[in-house]
Each structure stands twice: as C-alpha cells, then as structure tokens.
Write a protein that binds this ligand. Structure first.
Ligand code: GDP
Length: 527
C-alpha cells in the first residue's frame, strides 16, 4: 500500500450530535483526555449556570469560545488519527451544524439516558440521513436514575428509525451504577466513582459466569444481569458492519461522561468500525479519498477567530490526496491558482501550521474575502463538490448606523460576517438600505454585538417589509433581464453579489413565481 493510502486509511472524521445538555461538551473533554491531548480534562468550556440564555451576549461569547478553540480537534487513538469536529449547540446555528455534518464520515449520537430521545437529536438525525452517515450511540448519565435501557433502545429504534445493537449493557444505574458488561468482549468492566478527570485503572472480570462477578457486584445483581442479558441478546440486533456503514444500524454504548466511564469503549468502536474518509460527489463524478490529486471543499468560515489578528479562517475538508505546505491549488469558482503556504491544522485544538494533511483532515485557510462556503479547491481539475447549501433566511431587519460616517465599515463587517453563513446581507438594487436576513432571532443580537466588538460600529435595527427571500436565476438571459427590469424594486444582491428576490409577503412571492415561470426561485443556494 502506498504511503498516501496508508495515511488516508488511518483517518476517522466524526462529529458529536446531541440535544443541548445531553453531555456533548463533557464527552469532548474526555475524548481529548483519551487522545492525550489534554493532561487534565475540564478546560473546554467555562461553565455557567445559564449556558443557553438567549439574549445574553456574554454567554453567547462563551459558547462561541468553545467553537473557536475546539472547532476541529485532531488526535491519535488506537493506531488511528481521529478528527473530531465541533458543532454549535444552539439551535439558531443549525445551518452551520448542517454544513459541518457534510464534512464528516460518521457521527457519535449522545443521548441523556434519563430523558431519552429529544427534539434536537431528532432533527440532527434527519440531517445525517441525507448522506446516510453511520451513527454510534452513547447513552450518557448512567450515574443518574436512567430509564429502562431496553425501553431506551426501543425509543431510538422507533423514533429515529435506526436499529440498535447494544455493545455494552449497564449494570444498575444512579448510585447503584456498577459498570457495564461488554457483550462483544464478554467481560464486565467495573465503574468506580470520583475518577472523572483521569484515565481510570478499571477492574475487568472475564466471562459472565465468573464467580468473581458475584463477589464484585453481589450475587443478586449478578444473577439479574445474567437473566437480563439473555433477554437483551435474544431480543436486540446483533452488530452488523454493513448495516452500520449504511446508516441503518447503530452500535449502542452505556456510561457516564462525567465519570469518564464508557467513553473509551465508544472510541474503540468508532476507530474500529467507522469508515475511513469516504468519497464525495461532484457534479460530474465521484472523487475517492485515495486519488493522488488533492481536492477539498470549504464547509465553514469563521471571522476573527483571533481578535488580535482579525483573521478569517475558511475550514476545508480535504476530500482526496494530500496537502503539503506551499502547494498550489486551483480555486475553481474564481478560476485562479493560489499558493497556500500558511494553512493551519488543529492538532488538539491548538492552531498549528500544517506541514502535511491528508484526505479526511480539516485544514484552515486564511481567507481574505475570496473564499466562500462551498468553494472547491483542486490541483487543476474543474469540478465542484455539491450539497453544501445556504438556506434562505426567514427573518429580516433593516440595519442602520448610529453614526452615518461609518457606512463603509458597516458594510465590510456585514459582508465578512455573512461569509460565515449564519446571516445574509442584502442590498436592494433601488436604494442604499442594508437588510440583514437570519434563520434564527438570536443571530440579530450576535451581529450587532460582533459589529461593535470586532468592527467598532454601533448599529441598530428597524423593521422592514420583507417576509422571505429566494435566490433567482434563469437559463434564459433575456427573460432574466426583463424580470430584473420589471421587478427591480424587489431585487437585491447578497453578500456574494448573487441576485435575490426579496418578497414583502408569501402571496407576492407566489404571484411572481407564477408570472415568471422561466425564472428559478431557489430556497437554497448551493455555492
Ligand atoms: P452539552 O450541552 O451537550 O455540551 O452538555 P454538557 O457536557 O455541558 O453537560 C450538561 C450538564 O450535564 C453539565 O452540568 C454536565 O456536568 C452534566 N453531565 C454531563 N455528563 C454527565 C454524566 O455522565 N452524569 C451526570 N450526572 N451529569 C453529566
């Protein structure tokens, strides 16, 4: 096997999906601990009692803090090189999450075992379905009174429509949580409390009929476990690699992230079974990870990651081949060769200059305004990776300056923030208004706070009579020109100068769609 293939086959790129508070941050900390990236877990997020308070900018900042320092973490585990991508927790960032999920090859789904399947998990699973992403499940918080484990599996199967294959099984829960039985390894792994910040020395008892088990957890519990397991193994699905890779079956683990128990079992499963970097589709062909030529796509842009340097980082998933420092890439959309000498990698959350990176890895490119979400980079081939949409915003406000002299600065800030994809900025063709469109209300507050902090402009919002927006295009240039003339008062340019129809009402939109059948009104814009 060539060196390139060996390197690529080592990679495992995944993200954690969960409902807020299920334990994603805690698991990330423990995962890093196992990756030996952090000596002592506990530094990922400063905790407040009120992490998800909606309009509290400080809390937002804190939340952004996690995604800034831990957007991508790379670490070695079990002969593999793992890339863990963070997804923002708040629902108003779901587009960002959506796009991040296009850059991974598998997901770890974390469920609060006291609560079961929650809202956001349902939504995120729908997203992973679009690309049939393999899912590993972790039932967290077994140190609390959890629901009946069999019932939990049932709920996942019926609500999320994925078969469950338990790999470990909990022994008791809450104060009586004794550990798990590892069905594949046929051993009991005993839990001891108070070791959440360390990699524990665990006691392992081989075999279910081992009398040591009776001594360790009491004969009554041991007997109960034996009976329960007979039932569970009989009634549940067996692990099947093909079904897992097809996104139809999920291996399920139990444990407690806070107690750092079980997270390593999940990582063992993930590194063994999750797919190596998968191929991606372009408009013309499928690109395999092990192709010699480099290619990749940008799935996320983040402005001002380091406030001192005012930089913007474009996150690129490498789809094929290898990146090496100083190499030339073809920026397909603008048709230019660019020389990339200072891409960053994310070893253990610290930004470091990348020497080499391979398919499956994420690298950060410094963006000076020429890179957009969805852009493809290659070694010459003209192709474009698809499926990384921008969604039309649902909420609109006019943004205005307190000090009118700073108009240029405001526009610059808005365009740069809109590159991140969370908000869109629209400039009507007929006046000098600036309209901000967002998918969630929270985004409006974030924009004003960031404009102040990062661009030193004070802006306020006013209502505007825009109800919905659609990106417009047509194969018929003449018809498009006519449409532009007739509907000028409803047209605007977005941050990337794409023509957009901004409708004062749904009725107006529907009428225009009927009146101009040759014009396409797109709800998403695939960059
Ligand atoms: P996130 O919102 O999904 O990132 O969740 P966090 O990791 O911030 O966890 C939410 C809360 O649940 C925090 O107070 C954690 O300390 C707590 N938590 C996480 N894992 C466990 C666990 O295994 N057991 C218990 N008892 N609490 C946990």
């Amino acid at each position: 096997m060539s060196n390139l293939t060996t390197e690529i086959n080592k990679r495992r790129t995944f993200a954690i999906i969960s409902h807020p508070d299920a334990g994603k941050t805690t698991i990330t900390e423990k995962v890093l601990l196992f990756g030996q990236a952090l000596q002592k877990a506990g530094t990922v997020k400063g905790r407040g009692s009120n992490q998800h308070a909606k309009s509290d900018w400080m809390e937002m900042e804190k939340e952004r803090g996690i995604s800034v320092t831990t957007s991508v973490m790379q670490f070695p585990y079990n002969e593999r090189l793992v890339n863990l991508l963070d997804t923002p927790g708040h629902e108003d960032f779901s587009e960002d999450t959506y796009r991040t999920l296009t850059a991974v090859d598998s997901c770890l789904m974390v469920i609060d075992a006291a609560k079961g399947v929650e809202d956001r998990t349902r939504k995120l699973m729908e997203v992973t379905r679009l690309r049939t992403t393999p899912i590993v499940t972790f039932m967290n918080k077994c140190d609390r009174d959890i629901r009946d484990p069999m019932e939990l599996l049932d709920e996942v199967e019926t609500e999320l429509n994925i078969a469950c294959a338990p790999v470990t099984w909990p022994i008791g829960c809450g104060k009586e949580f004794k550990g798990v039985y590892h069905i594949h390894r046929e051993e009991t792994i005993l839990y001891s409390t108070g070791q959440g910040h360390t990699i524990q020395e665990v006691r392992v008892i081989k075999g279910l009929d081992n009398p040591e088990l009776d001594t360790a957890i009491g004969s009554e519990l041991a007997e109960q476990l034996r009976e329960e397991l007979e039932l569970v193994i009989g009634a549940s699905h067996e692990f099947d690699l093909d079904l897992f890779l097809a996104g139809e079956l999920s291996p399920v683990y139990f444990g407690t992230a806070l107690g750092n128990f079980g997270v390593d079992h999940v990582l063992d499963g993930l590194t063994e079974w999750a797919p190596a970097p998968l191929p991606r589709e372009t408009e013309d062909r499928q690109v395999a990870a092990t192709e010699d030529n480099f290619s990749g796509f940008v799935f996320k842009i983040q402005a001002n990651m380091d406030p001192k340097h005012r930089d913007r980082i474009a996150f690129m998933r490498i789809v094929s081949g290898k990146y090496s420092q100083g190499m030339k890439m073809n920026h397909v959309r603008i048709g230019k060769q660019v020389s990339i000498s200072d891409a960053v990698t994310f070893m253990a959350g610290d930004r470091e200059r990348a020497q080499d990176a391979y398919a499956g890895d994420i690298i950060g490119l410094h963006n000076h305004g020429t890179i957009q979400i969805g852009d493809t980079f290659t070694q010459g081939e003209k192709m474009k990776f698809g499926g990384i949409p921008n969604f039309a915003p649902e909420l609109f406000r006019r943004i205005r300056l307190k000090d009118p002299l700073k108009q240029k600065q405001l526009l610059k800030g808005l365009v740069q923030l809109s590159e991140e994809g969370a908000v869109q900025v629209f400039r009507p063709l007929i006046n000098n208004d600036l309209i901000v469109g967002a998918v969630g209300v929270l985004q409006f507050d974030v924009v004003v706070a960031r404009l102040k902090a990062e661009y030193n402009v004070d802006a306020i919002y006013e209502g505007v009579s825009v109800n919905t927006a659609r990106w417009v295009s047509s194969d018929d240039t003449k018809k498009l020109e006519e449409f532009k003339r007739k509907c000028e008062s409803n047209l605007a340019l977005d941050g990337g100068d794409n023509l957009t129809y901004i409708a004062p009402s749904r009725v107006n939109l529907n009428l225009s769609m009927e009146r101009y059948p040759d014009i396409k009104f797109n709800h998403t814009r695939e960059n």
